[in-house]
Ligand binder design. Structure first.
Ligand SMILES: Cc1cc2nc3c(=O)[nH]c(=O)nc-3n(C[C@H](O)[C@H](O)[C@H](O)COP(=O)(O)O)c2cc1C
Length: 167
């Protein structure tokens, strides 16, 4: 059931060296692009990185270098400003797209984590991946076969997050 999948998903930061086929990567990206977006503008673009030299250079751009080095595949997610119409809504849509991808990762019994800390070096990422000027880095998803179960992260209770019920 979808609600179970949502609740069971965990960030996975350790991977086995097993290869991840294109078919799996495509299924994950396809789940991403079925996310909603304002006016259906679909403002996302992806770069898939398997090359170990490139991964090594990317790993230098974040505190989470080991995750980047160990992941067999990275899906680098960009906002495409040529598709953009409203910055906040576009970023929200890309967030929905990334969450769809992470749910697909979990459903396929793969492991993945959303990496955002690397955004501090987004200009260096753009230069390394030769992306056009109108792309803006949103996240890197590290993907592989899981070598850990992932920590259960607690959540605030409903009583802490529902500020009020009116009516
Ligand atoms: C916008 C965003 C940025 C994140 N950046 C990182 C990151 O740079 N490194 C990392 O290890 N995890 C990162 N995470 C994963 C979170 O740490 C993780 O989702 C959170 O601790 C909850 O754990 P869970 O995903 O297992 O439920 C990020 C998550 C989001 C949504």
């Amino acid at each position: 059931m979808m609600i179970n999948l949502i609740k069971m998903r965990r960030s996975i930061r350790k991977f086995t060296p097993e290869k991840v086929g294109d078919e799996i990567v495509n299924q994950i990206i396809e789940a991403g692009i079925f996310a909603p977006s304002g006016k259906n503008n679909q403002p996302w673009k992806f770069v898939v990185v398997r090359d170990s030299g490139l991964k090594e250079q990317l790993s230098d751009m974040t505190h989470y270098s080991q995750i980047i080095r160990d992941a067999p595949v990275l899906i680098v997610v960009f906002l495409d400003h040529h598709q953009s119409y409203d910055y906040i809504k576009d970023v929200q849509a890309v967030g929905a797209c990334i969450q769809n991808m992470l749910l697909a990762v979990s459903d396929l019994r793969m492991g993945g984590v959303w990496l955002g800390e690397i955004l501090k070096n987004k200009e260096r990422v753009h230069a390394l991946l030769s992306t056009p000027e109108h792309f803006e880095l949103m996240a890197v998803i590290a993907l592989g076969h899981p070598a850990e179960k992932g920590k259960k992260r607690e959540r605030f209770g409903l009583d802490q997050v529902i500020f009020s019920k009116i009516g």
